[in-house]
Design a binder for this molecule. Structure first.
Ligand code: TXA
Ligand code: MG
Length: 341
């Protein structure tokens, strides 16, 4: 398949979205930027097109997709009921980086929901995503636009690396601002439950909904996560990876670097702030959690491109706002290889 790349620099270029929007409505595959990560979209009501997403990504078919919409009212095309908690989230946080799991309508193909009786719906805030969705006139099923298992794409270059020749269009809208995927909130249970931490943190949800809970499967390895996607190996760079957390992390990181060098390994450190380590590759995630989240997936890919064999990630964050989402992604990227000191 020949992939067309379309670069959108400002609203003046929005006319260029007409062609890919038509392609989406007619059953094609279109990659588009969102505020979280790039999405690989297909018309959510066309089963064959949805199946083509799974093929392009190499995604297991038991992992359901998020349906993206242009306006709140469009949710009615795919859900049979809007639970009270979902209504509140829509009012306070849409458009934005939070996805709502709600009871599905039968018109939604099983390929989208992986046969579940719920469907996940999101109204993104990115202007290019919103314009494309509006022009297409259809609900759009879209997972992150990476090859399954690899770090999610936050720039068009990442998508080109993974999906060139496998999709009809790639729309380049620059770097994603949030950089980690949306929060997935199950609103079919009371209290509502976070199935995947993301761009909207538990603290702000608690303030609007009363207490929300985390799915136990997120942290308890003995319990299956309720969101099928959370059970897979994910976000992983090619290099082996280890996370070092806690007050004494700097000394421990120096030791790990020395050990790796003694074994002849090319070692990279993902830092946060000014720390100067004697590693072969030093990449800075940024001082704040917001910066670190926006940079994380890009840096994991960069370590691979620079030939790192071991990545040591310095993780100085707690449990506020986007911090649990950072931990969730980076723990998974490292396959749970975490040192606390
Ligand atoms: O920020 C995002 O959410 C991005 C952008 C493109 O919108 N999309 C994204 O999609 O991250 P994906 O497919 O990579 O992750 C979707 C997650 C998976 O963990 C999946 O299992 C879960 O949402 N999910 C989808 N439908 C669900 C449902 N009905 N019940 C529970 N979990 C669901
Ligand atoms: Mg994904």
């Amino acid at each position: 398949m020949k992939t067309k790349i379309i670069k959108i620099c400002s609203e003046k270029d929005f006319d260029l979205l007409c062609e890919p929007a038509r392609c989406l409505a007619e059953g094609g595959l279109v990659v588009f930027p969102t505020e979280t990560v790039y999405g690989l979209g297909a018309n959510a009501l066309m089963e064959e097109s949805v199946k083509a997403i799974f093929e392009a990504k190499g995604r297991p078919s038991d992992n359901p997709l998020i349906v993206h919409i242009a306006k709140k009212e469009q949710a009615k095309a795919v859900v049979s009921e809007i639970p009270a908690a979902a209504g509140l989230v829509m009012e306070h946080f849409w458009p934005g980086p939070i996805t709502l799991v709600m009871p599905r309508k039968d018109t939604v193909p099983d390929a989208v929901t992986a046969g579940l009786d719920t469907v996940a719906v999101r109204l993104p805030s990115h202007p290019i995503a919103r314009k494309l969705l509006e022009l297409s006139g259809v609900p759009v099923a879209a997972p992150s636009a990476n090859t399954s298992g690899k770090p999610s794409p936050t720039r068009a270059e990442h998508v080109i690396e993974d999906l060139m020749g496998k999709v009809d269009y790639i729309i380049d809208g620059g770097a994603a601002s949030v950089g980690l995927e949306s929060t997935v909130l199950d609103t079919t249970v009371t209290p509502a439950q976070i199935l995947r931490p993301g761009g909207i943190g538990k603290d702000v949800l608690d303030a609007v909904l009363g207490e929300v809970t985390y799915d136990r499967g997120l942290t308890d390895t003995g319990v299956a996560p309720k969101s099928p996607g959370m059970k897979y190996k994910h976000y992983a760079p090619k290099a082996q990876m280890v996370i070092v957390e806690g007050e004494w992390r700097e000394a421990r990181i120096e030791e790990l670097i020395e050990d790796a060098k003694a074994e002849g390994k090319r070692v990279g450190v993902l830092t946060s702030g000014d720390a100067e380590y004697k590693a072969d590759i030093l990449l800075d995630g940024g001082r704040t959690a917001k910066e670190y989240a926006a940079n994380l997936f890009d840096l994991l890919r960069r370590f691979d491109a620079l030939g790192a064999e071991l990545i040591i990630a310095e993780l100085p964050f707690g449990d506020n706002g986007i911090e649990p989402a950072i931990k969730n992604r980076i723990y998974k990227a490292a396959g749970g290889n975490v040192i606390k000191c």
